[in-house]
Write a protein that binds this ligand. Structure first.
Ligand SMILES: Nc1ncnc2c1ncn2[C@@H]1O[C@H](COP(=O)(O)OP(=O)(O)OP(=O)(O)O)[C@@H](O)[C@H]1O
Length: 299
């Protein structure tokens, strides 16, 4: 299967600053990929190179098999910037019709595009009356013209409330299922954790970690948490049987272990059967993993 995006040993310098050093990444159709990193890590620079907006100094980049910024690449890549601005006096439908005309496509497609992003009912309202989430959807409708194979989104959910975020990601999932590759940057790790298949962490222009969440979890080898809730009246007995456990104010017992120790510890705890009301396993979150790799890099 042809990769949607291949980046090999990409390097970009701005005068004295090395914004990207030796970064590689290959994305397949339908993959949902998060680009993470501190402010100034190089995320936007990487996106601009993929979009063909700025040249790179070394390495190779191909977008759908062609050079970034070429007519063939531009026809297959769409971009949604962090803050999309539309004319507030236009309705959603007028705005989309305008963009369709600019692309030389029939304006008749506007209602269908708005329906795809869940704005069918609001298409005749002025954009000035839209919420931020609705404006992002107009941006997405614009980005989806021409059925892109690669969708590049720069912090697409910043400023959206939790429900709008969830809806936005559900929409992205639909596009990914249909084969569109999604590359997005975000500082909101909790949403990325649940909604992407692959993660690239940049730090000071270098890729410090790349893989699925599970792969990064294994590589980081961070402790796994276990929360044991004893049946009423059994706390002392369980605490005595688990001397390494920390006792919390609510009576639960907290343990940590390595991945290798996990199954043995679970077997030990579940063997306590009737004394046990509940048992929760807490794997390291993406936030823990992100901190681990970033701190290792001195961030
Ligand atoms: N046009 C430019 N001229 C000079 N330096 C630049 C230019 N664009 C980016 N840089 C530098 O390159 C580095 C990477 O910047 P970039 O905007 O890619 O970071 P980012 O990860 O997108 O950050 P943020 O999360 O704040 O958006 C930074 O040190 C930045 O100052």
């Amino acid at each position: 299967m042809t990769s949607t995006l291949t980046i090999s040993r990409l390097t970009k310098r701005f005068r004295g600053v090395e914004a990207l050093s030796d970064v590689s990444l290959t994305l397949a159709p339908g993959q949902r990929v998060a680009l993470l990193g501190h402010n100034g890590a190089g995320k936007s620079t990487m996106m601009k190179i993929i979009l063909g907006l700025i040249p790179h100094d070394a390495g190779e980049v191909t977008v759908c098999g062609t050079a970034p910024g070429s007519a063939a690449a531009r026809a297959q890549v769409a971009y949604l910037p962090e803050n999309v601005a539309f004319h507030p006096a236009l309705t959603g439908e007028e705005q989309i019709r305008h963009y369709l005309r600019l692309r030389g496509e029939p304006a008749l497609k506007a209602p269908g595009l708005l329906e795809r992003v869940g704005l069918a009912g609001a298409g005749r309202r002025r954009i000035g009356t839209y919420s931020k989430g609705m404006r992002q959807r107009v941006g997405l409708a614009q980005a989806l013209m021409g059925r892109p194979r690669l969708l590049v989104l720069d912090e697409p959910t910043s400023g959206l409330d939790p429900v709008s975020r969830r809806d936005f990601y559900a929409l992205l999932d639909e596009f990914a299922t249909a084969g569109t590759t999604i590359l997005l940057s975000s500082h909101v790790l909790t949403e990325v954790e649940a909604r992407t298949d692959h993660i690239l962490i940049l730090s000071r222009g270098r890729a410090v970690a790349e893989g699925t969440l599970n792969e990064l979890r294994r590589r980081a080898a961070l402790p796994i948490g276990l929360v044991v809730t004893p049946v009423e009246g059994q706390t002392d007995a369980l605490a005595a049987a688990l001397p390494d456990a920390r006792r919390a104010d609510d009576g639960t017992l907290h343990l940590t272990c390595t991945q290798d120790q996990k199954l043995a510890l679970l077997a030990q705890v579940t063997a306590m059967g009737a004394q046990l009301a509940d048992l929760e396993v807490i794997p390291p979150s993406l936030e823990d993993i992100y901190s681990h790799f970033s701190q290792r890099d001195g961030q």
